[in-house]
Structures are given as C-alpha cells and as structure tokens.
Ligand binder design. Structure first.
Ligand code: 2HG
Ligand code: ZN
Length: 457
C-alpha cells in the first residue's frame, strides 16, 4: 500500500491545498456526532467540484486506498467516519444551489447544500422541501441521498428517495453518471438515483441531486396529546392519519424522555403532571387547520390532556420536547442507537417489551424510546453501555427480526449494524447487493467497511 506521503502528494495534485492533514482539523471529521465511533485518517480531502471528486476517487483507486464520503457528519451508525483508516472525502464544499424551477417545482442542489438552506430557498420561491428532521442545520443533500434520510414528514411526503428525480454521482471507477433533467416520466432503463439513494456511499459518491418540491403550507397547528399507553397513542395516530389529509407529522415520546429533555434544556413540561405517553401531531394546510384537528381529536379515545399551538414560537417549543431527545440522551455518554421499524400492529408490544429485553442483558443500562409513530419507526436509544459492547444491540435487533421489522428504518446500516443485515435481508438479497457493489465499485474504494457484512458473514 502507498505511504501516507505518496497518498497526500497524489491527492494534492487533484485538489491542491484542500487536502487537510492538520491533526486537530482532521479530528473533527473522524469522530461521529455521538462520540461512539472514533476513527483516524491520513487526510481529509475537500473537493469543490464534481470533476475534483472524480479525480479524488480515481486517485484513490489507483493508489489502492479506500475512502469514506462525508457530508455534515450527522450520521448515527458510524457510516461516515473512517473506522479503518480510510481517507475522508468531505463533500461540504459542493455548495451550488441552482435557482428553484418554479414551473416544475424542482431544484438541483449540490451535495454540500445544508437541509435548512434548501428549506429556505424553496420557501422563498413559494415551494417547500418535503423532508425534515432535527439536524437540519448540519445535514447535507449528499448525506441525505446517500442514507435515504427519512425524518418527521415521511407519512405525508415520503422519504428522500421519493423526492429524488435525478442524480449526479461518481462511481468507484471514477466515472461520472449524471441525469439531472428532472423529467417526471422517464422510463429509460435502470433507475440509478433510486439505487444509489440509501447505498451509504458504497456504490457512488453523490455530487448533486435533482429534487422534487411540495406546495408550501402557510397555516400550521401543532398539538401534544397525552395517553395512558403506547397502544392508545398509536390508535390515535391512526385516527389522525385517516381523518386529516393535512397531517404532516405524528411523533411519539414517553414520560422518561420528556423528563430528561426538560432537565437538560430547562424547559417546563407541557402539562402540570407527567403522563406515560405523548403524541405530537402537526397539521399544515393552505387554510387554518386548527378546527379540523380539534374535530379529529374529539373522536380519539383515552386522551388525558392536550395542548395546542398555532403561533410559531409555541409550535417550536412543542416540537422541542420531541426533537431535543437526541441531544439530551447524548449528555449521558455515547448512546447505542437502534433505529428500527415494526409493522404498526406490533409496535406497541415491541415498545412495551424492549426495556425488559435490555434490562435482562445489561441491568445498569437505560432505554429511551421515541420516534415516528406514523411510520412504525421507533428510535431505541440505550445509555450506560460501553461503546463496543453490542450484546444489547444484538438482543434488540433479534427481537425486531422476530417481529418482522427492519433493523434500520432511516439511519442506515453503517458500521454499527452490518453484522445483523441478515436479520432483515435474505442471503440472495445480500448476494445481489454484493454483485451491484462489484459492478459499480470493482476495486472496493467507496466506503468498503459499511453496510455489507464482511465476506463470509
Ligand atoms: C430523530 O428522529 C432522529 O430525532 C434521531 O432520527 C434519532 O437520536 C436518534 O436516535
Ligand atoms: Zn428519526
């Protein structure tokens, strides 16, 4: 293998001074946001154009060096940090955001465009972007496409794959595939955007995406409802989904999570007493949806208390109870994060049983459950475990498999869950994945240590 010196010199031929070797700067790219996954790298390469990205990939291929593509470094499964000494390929400088195509309701965005900037640009043109989640100020378009990011609006607008009308990406060979025309009807062969989306940087490096926009909804109402059980909250969520076409989010959290959020943020709880389960719902429409929400709420059983907000700052406060879970849990030390999806009919039982499963394996650990009730997607966070002790991960993911769920609803497989891919995918599916990987990245340059299990596993 080439020496560090040779690698750095060769990469400098492609991007000049944008090969970063300063230890402190490199360190900010080699540890993930949770601090559970810490790697190291000879260099961070920061190209500013698709041609430079292609040059970097070609150079790494030539040198026999693997790379890890990275966007905003907001990933939660160790998929974007160099755990095996890979070169870090940061796409953050690919900042081009083309003017909104107001006629088509589409936009082409560079991989480094941050989600909140995309939201702002779409809104300024009278449109909106359908995907949203808490790390919107750091997460990038390239990372969202690579992981098929989901978030809080999937029940209305779908995941990132559903927004993707075209893609520009660099394959493991260094060649560029570009199909950014944005035709809504276009049946000319394989759908590479759909394939690359969710491939976690293993098939291609995303450099730009053509994205579908949705109508901007000027009127919004948020409510938090308290319930005695998860099952009651999920029944309510189904009522809202059935009766409110303007439903944009239906999110779940529990009293323990709310207490933690309040103690970390200093916020006051939404009600004077604590209740076992909370459902946050948001409706967004062209006209005020408050009455429709109130009417739907009146047909829901077992509501203990409800608080409603229409003005932006109060709405944001209610959202913070839910969105601040991630940062609040992080204050307890690096968590284990198991982002899973269950058939909705099994979700309540799963949520009720997970803490016992964790307790039986690691009595000192604590389980935190919250997530996207409308999609059957629950985030199982476990604190108080050593970073590399994965007995709890195994126990919970096996349980997910037994319930017919998915071991990754929206965060991806990354390095954290590759061992357990077989719980959600058959041997034949994994063989087909490997064949695709070989075809698009024959020398295994692109993020070779994530998603697919190690050979033989
Ligand atoms: C969310 O829904 C994110 O807030 C993060 O997907 C979930 O921290 C997590 O486990
Ligand atoms: Zn989530």
């Amino acid at each position: 293998m080439a020496s560090n010196r040779v690698i750095v010199d060769r990469l400098r031929e492609v991007v000049g001074p944008q090969v970063i070797v300063d230890r402190d700067v490199v360190a900010s790219y080699t540890t993930d946001w949770t601090r559970r996954f810490e790697g190291r790298s000879v260099a961070v390469v920061r190209p500013a154009s698709t041609e430079e990205v292609a040059g970097v990939v070609a150079a790494c291929r030539e040198l026999g060096v693997a790379l890890v593509p990275q966007g905003g470094n907001t990933g939660l499964v160790g998929g974007g940090v160099p755990l095996h000494d890979e070169v870090v390929l940061s796409l953050r400088r690919l900042q081009t955001l083309e003017p909104i195509d107001t006629l088509a309701g589409q936009v082409t965005a560079g991989a480094g465009v941050v989600l909140s900037a995309l939201h702002q640009a779409a809104r300024a043109a009278g449109w909106a972007y359908g995907v949203d989640f808490a790390s919107r100020d750091s997460a990038t378009v390239g990372g969202m496409v690579a992981t098929n990011a989901g978030g809080t609006h999937v029940l209305r607008y779908g995941d990132t794959r559903a927004q993707l009308l075209g893609l520009e990406a660099v394959l493991g060979t260094g060649s560029v595939v570009s199909h950014l025309g944005g035709l809504v009807k276009d049946n000319t062969g394989y759908h590479l955007p759909g394939l690359v989306c969710g491939s976690e940087g293993t098939l291609a490096v995303v450099t730009a995406a053509r994205l579908h926009l949705v109508p901007a909804m000027p009127c919004r109402t948020v409510a938090v409802l308290a319930f005695p059980t998860v099952s009651h909250a999920l029944d309510a969520s189904a009522v809202f989904r059935r009766s409110l076409p303007a439903l944009e989010a239906s999110e779940l959290f529990l009293s323990s999570g709310l207490e933690l959020v309040c103690s970390v943020t200093g916020m006051r709880a939404p009600f004077s007493g604590l209740h076992p389960v909370y459902l946050l719902v948001e409706v967004a429409d062209h006209a005020d949806p408050t009455e429709a929400l109130a009417e739907a709420t009146s047909s829901v059983d077992h509501v203990i208390e409800v608080v409603v907000a229409t003005d932006p700052s109060r709405r944001a406060e209610l959202w913070r109870y839910r969105e601040a879970h991630t940062e609040a849990i992080n204050t307890l030390g690096p968590p284990h994060k198991l982002d899973v999806a269950l058939p909705l009919g099994s979700l309540a039982e799963f949520i009720d049983r997970v803490p016992e499963t964790v307790q039986a394996i690691a009595p000192a650990a604590r389980t935190w459950l919250f997530g996207h009730a409308g999609d059957g997607n629950v985030h199982v966070n476990v604190s108080g475990l050593p970073p590399d002790d994965d007995r709890v991960d195994e126990g919970v993911l096996r349980m997910v498999g037994d319930f017919g769920g998915s071991i990754s609803a929206e965060h991806g497989i990354g390095a954290a869950k590759r061992r357990w891919l077989y719980l959600s995918r058959t041997t034949d599916e994994i063989s087909a994945f490997r064949a695709l990987k070989r075809a698009l990245d024959p020398d295994g340059v692109l993020n070779p240590n994530v998603l697919l299990p190690t050979d033989g596993a």
